[in-house]
Design a protein around this ligand. Structure first.
Ligand SMILES: Cc1cc2nc3c(=O)[nH]c(=O)nc-3n(C[C@H](O)[C@H](O)[C@H](O)COP(=O)(O)OP(=O)(O)OC[C@H]3O[C@@H](n4cnc5c(N)ncnc54)[C@H](O)[C@@H]3O)c2cc1C
Length: 429
């Protein structure tokens, strides 16, 4: 196998999910030399919504309008949740850095006075979240006011059904109607199309004109128009503004099932922006081995395209995710951390991983498995001390959180990334 050297960096971030992206951003913002390695993370599959904390306690399905009040309650009930290691000021500052960075890449997020907002999801369910891409904001407004609204989708689209959404919401939002039209430029009854194809086609002005002609006669009393999120990859704000001007009412995008265009836009914005900040990004790569060197931190072997490269780093941030990202793997009888075999907090025995009832409101203990960390976000070894001086962890690999049920995915990833970079700065030589 051919080998090359990437040289020395201050921080090597393992992972390209939200925690890896945020870690790379915070480290680069502090003037550090950063390398980021990994395969695609979960961002392209995510809705693009930024959750901070929606539900706690999960067994009561208690939702919070004020995520910060929810977090205070969470810290009291689950003190070893990663949020317990961060102050509100730190999390606010971390989120502000991420939102301003995304805005610089042309991806504006909107939130409302530090309160959670409600967004309609492709199942027709409503989800509480902290911030939404600007292309979805009119959907938050329409839902709040329950204004007469038309949801439109396209023949052949696989990730979205406007009719299902309108039917599920019929009782709570009587003014919600649905319609299905051929996608402009494709007389595609019976042919399946994906969001990615539609998003590319929406970049064409001719297609947008055709869309307007098809939608105009359907509007009737509607005061808002909702579509699946397919309005282009990079010029979404411009495209929506042009359509709104032509049609005369506000338009919004709704997240689709994965792969999601808002998720791809978010991934793309991080990738572009981090490269501009000088982060060296080793995409489609896997860290094969990580070992501590006596003098200068860590030596890593990284596999990419059948080649291997060697990198040296003063500190490493492990943002390798949970089972999906393969930051944790489940064997027949235990859950392992595969890179360093770090101790993983987990239930005693496989029979306790899941509760008997799949839909148990408390969730499953396996979904709170992960690495335990100290106050500087360093994974602990079997003695309870930091496994390495300058190894840090962030994101869904951390123990004592069930981000999916608590609706805290992005907030947890961003907050813990901030904590990990802060930990590095505190311990750096
Ligand atoms: C379908 C779906 C919908 C979601 N919707 C939302 C939402 O609406 N709102 C919200 O806030 N969050 C949402 N999330 C969650 C959000 O994306 C989280 O922030 C995320 O799950 C946690 O990110 P992470 O960075 O910890 O892990 P991951 O995204 O899993 O990333 C792990 C990374 O580590 C890399 N990796 C692992 N091992 C190695 C190795 N040895 N070498 C190199 N790289 C390695 C992987 O390749 C990957 O890049 C959603 C997630 C999914 C899957």
């Amino acid at each position: 196998m051919r080998r090359s050297e990437t040289g020395y960096c201050d921080v090597l971030v393992i992972g390209m999910g939200m925690a890896g992206m945020a870690s790379a951003l915070f480290a680069a913002n502090r003037g550090l030399k950063v390398v980021q390695a990994g395969l695609a993370g979960e961002i392209p599959f995510s809705s693009g919504l930024m959750d901070l904390l929606g539900v706690h306690p999960v067994e009561n399905s208690r939702t919070w309008e004020d995520p910060w009040a929810g977090m205070e309650s969470l810290r009291k009930d689950i003190p070893n949740h990663p949020y317990g290691l961060l102050s509100r000021t730190e999390i606010e500052s971390a989120l502000a850095d991420v939102f301003s960075f995304l805005d610089e890449q042309g991806l504006l997020y909107i939130k409302e006075h530090e309160q959670n907002v409600e967004m309609i999801m492709p199942t027709g369910m409503i989800k509480q979240t902290y911030a939404v891409p600007s292309s979805m904001w009119n959907g938050v407004r329409a839902l709040k006011a329950k204004t007469p609204c038309l949801l439109v989708d396209f023949h052949g689209i696989t990730e979205f059904s406007a009719r299902q959404m309108a039917e599920v919401m019929q009782e709570t939002w009587p003014g919600l109607r649905s319609a299905r039209i051929p996608f402009p430029g494709k007389n595609n009854q019976g042919v399946l199309v994906t969001g990615e194809i539609l998003a590319a086609d929406m970049e064409s002005r001719r297609n947008r004109k055709e869309l307007l002609n098809a939608v105009r006669p359907l509007i009737q009393d509607a005061r808002f128009l909702g579509f699946p999120a397919v309005f282009g990859m990079r010029r979404t704000a411009e495209i929506l503004a042009e359509l709104e001007q032509e049609i005369g009412i506000p338009i919004f995008e709704i997240p689709t099932f994965p792969v999601s265009i808002p998720g791809l836009r978010l991934n793309d914005a991080f990738a572009r922006g981090l490269s501009r900040k000088g982060v060296r990004r080793l995409t489609q790569s896997r860290v094969l081995c990580l070992q501590q060197e006596e003098e200068r931190g860590f030596l890593l072997r990284i596999g990419r395209d059948g080649r291997e490269c060697v990198a040296r780093a003063e500190g490493v941030i492990l943002a390798t995710g949970r089972f999906w990202g393969r930051g944790l793997v489940a064997d027949r009888d235990r859950i392992r951390e595969p890179l360093l075999d770090l101790p993983v907090h987990q239930p005693d025995g496989r029979e306790h991983w899941h509760r008997n009832d799949f839909l148990d409101l408390r969730g499953h203990p396996v979904n709170r498995a992960g690495l335990e960390i100290d106050g500087l976000f360093r994974p602990l070894d079997r003695t309870g001390g930091p496994a390495f001086d300058r190894l840090f962890a962030a994101g869904s690999i951390l123990a004592h959180q069930d981000w999916m049920r608590m609706k805290c995915g992005s907030g947890l990833a961003i907050g813990s990334a901030y904590g990990a970079v802060k930990g590095f700065l505190r311990t750096a030589k």
